[in-house]
Design a binder for this molecule. Structure first.
Ligand SMILES: [Zn+2]
Length: 253
């Protein structure tokens, strides 16, 4: 069942309203970056990654019923990762699939960013990955294309990951943090990104994103990513499975 947006969604008016409110507030309050790049080695295979203790299942664009990206995406090579929150309270009762479809529909239309400013339609969803409160991960924009943002910084080269919620006022869930750990482990291994290459939106632009409660746990999150990466690299190199992540050099451990 493909659903392009609110008008064609087979969801009730109340739910449509909830989705619209969710997106309007989220995108307006939350300058986001769009864009990303998917490793060619991951093409079509991002449903699962299973490396050592790291396991993450990703809801692909096809699975959530994405429309194609519109014209205007700009290529990039992913060199780093930026973490965001969506900036509105999480909506655990809405399905990730419906949220992604609504997000794409909203992104691809002209939208009001503030009382005085609107933005042109974006070619695709603003994030490369989206993690809901249950820890489900959705594939957003193809990481091979850079993102867009309502804030003022150069989005080139960044993989944009959004965790659903407003972490100024609520806490990220345990499941979200575990999913983030696994996604970050996988992305850093896939793209050869160092741990230092994972930053918060706040490090790049004038914003509170990704919220104080996510920032509080960020050092611990990055530490678990580092531990997991080290363990996977050690195991992969010992077992001569380095082809699984060609950007990882066993000799450089
Ligand atoms: Zn952000």
């Amino acid at each position: 069942m493909r659903q392009a947006g609110f008008t064609r969604c087979k969801v009730g008016a109340r739910r449509r309203q909830a989705l619209a409110a969710y997106l309007l507030v989220g995108i307006a309050c939350n300058p986001m970056s769009i864009g990303s790049v998917r490793a060619s080695s991951l093409e079509g295979s991002s449903q699962y990654f299973d490396q050592g203790s790291a396991l993450a299942k990703i809801l692909t664009r096809e699975m959530w019923g994405a429309q194609p990206a519109m014209d205007g995406v700009q290529p990039q090579e992913p060199l780093s990762i930026i973490l965001h929150h969506t900036g509105v309270r999480s909506s655990p009762k809405l399905s990730l699939e419906s949220k992604m479809r609504a997000l794409q529909s909203f992104s691809q239309q002209r939208a009001q960013v503030s009382e005085t400013r609107s933005r042109a339609p974006w070619p695709d969803v603003p994030y490369h990955y989206y993690i809901d409160p249950s820890g489900r991960i959705a594939e957003g924009r193809d990481v091979r294309y850079k993102g867009d943002t309502n804030t003022d910084y150069d989005v080139t080269g960044h993989i944009q990951i959004a965790l659903e919620g407003n972490f100024e006022h609520e806490l990220p869930t345990k499941q979200q943090l575990e999913a983030a750990r696994d996604l970050l482990t996988w992305l850093t291994l896939s793209w050869g990104i160092p741990i230092q290459g994972i930053t918060a939106h706040k490090d790049h632009a004038k914003t509170v994103c990704p919220g104080k409660h996510l920032l509080e746990v960020l050092p611990r999150l990055l530490s678990t990513v580092d531990i997991q990466r080290t363990s996977i690299i050690a195991s992969m190199c010992t077992q001569e499975r380095s082809h699984e992540f060609p950007r990882v050099r066993c000799s450089e451990r």
